[in-house]
Design a binder for this molecule. Structure first.
Ligand code: FMN
Length: 132
């Protein structure tokens, strides 16, 4: 089933972004910018919630932050909102790291998910949102 509001990721797409300790964007690769619909300049210095989709349950991001603040890796399914209001699903892996200047930060790497995974998480997150 195709949805006009969905942006389908390319099978080989690899979207990367980096934030500081507070989730402020410090870097995004070309593919991140392309799918999100923002130029790099528009993203730098902005909170990562710039691509937050209202369908995402709060608990998902609480889990993300609780995990990475402990210094652990977080992996999960995320529905993001592009600048034009459309959405795109990703499977994200977020890592804590220390950059070359010694400051702490986080990196997220994202890839395409399957139709079955989209349907599963669309339904699960809807249920979670309804209970918020
Ligand atoms: C490295 C990194 C990448 C992130 N990527 C996303 C993302 O792609 N989409 C998103 O909605 N939130 C992402 N977040 C989480 C946001 O910082 C934020 O917690 C989330 O959007 C919820 O926004 P809110 O806390 O203002 O409600 C990321 C956080 C980090 C540290």
């Amino acid at each position: 089933m195709s949805d006009m509001n969905e942006i389908e990721l390319d099978t080989k797409a690899f979207l990367v972004s980096e934030t500081d300790e507070k989730g402020i964007i410090r870097f995004a690769n070309d593919e991140f910018c392309k799918y999100a619909g923002y130029s790099l300049d528009e993203l730098l210095g902005k909170p990562h919630s710039i691509v937050r989709h209202p369908d995402m349950p709060r608990a998902a991001f609480k889990d993300l932050w609780d995990t990475i603040k402990k210094g652990e890796r977080w992996r999960g399914f995320v529905k993001n909102r592009a600048k034009d209001g459309r959405y795109y699903w990703v499977f994200a892996t977020v890592y804590p790291f220390i950059s070359c200047d010694g400051s702490k930060g986080y990196i997220s790497c994202r890839r395409k998910i399957s139709q079955m995974e989209k349907e599963k998480y669309e339904a699960l997150y809807k249920e979670m949102r309804a209970k918020e």
